[in-house]
Ligand binder design. Sequence first.
Ligand code: SAM
Length: 175
Amino acid sequence: MRIVILRLGHRVQRDQRITTHVGLTARALGAEGMLLDSDDRGIEKSISEVDSRWGGSFYVRRITNWKNEIRNWKESGGKVLHLTMYGVNLPDVINDIVTEKLLVVVGAEKVPPEVYALADWNVAVGNQPHSEVAALAIVLDRLAALSGTEPLKTQFSGGEVEIVPKSRGKEVREK
Ligand code: SAM
């Protein structure tokens, strides 16, 4: 399944770190890229530095009209999953999430009400408030498990370095 994240409501001063973590988590768990509803170039820069050093082709694309992005995505056959604590709890909906192309909407500040109507699924990762990073990680992991894939084993091609996994200590190898 192709997965792209749509990050809505990013505030340049407040959300820089958490939006970067949304992108890094999406990248590490198999998503192909993130659409960022903001003109903050800093996120794009820090994620592309991670790609250059650690490999892979995860992208960040700044967008100006999120409604058009959602409409275009749906017109091209994609489905939209909105992560919200008010939604249907993930264990109760996961088996319905069947598609080749999934746009996962993650909010920062209050999400506009239209998102709830445009989404195919409004999904809660438990109906309690917590973090968009945690919610995204759990939903990507559960979707991968359902499709029998293991995103944690992804090989990130290109890049300058790679980690040699060790039970103790740290080893990073130049490629
Ligand atoms: N106060 C904001 C509002 O009322 O929409 C939400 C702030 S919350 C920290 C930011 C994002 O985290 C939400 O838009 C949602 O995507 C995600 N999130 C937080 N808790 C969640 C949960 N239990 N399930 C799914 N997503 C959640």
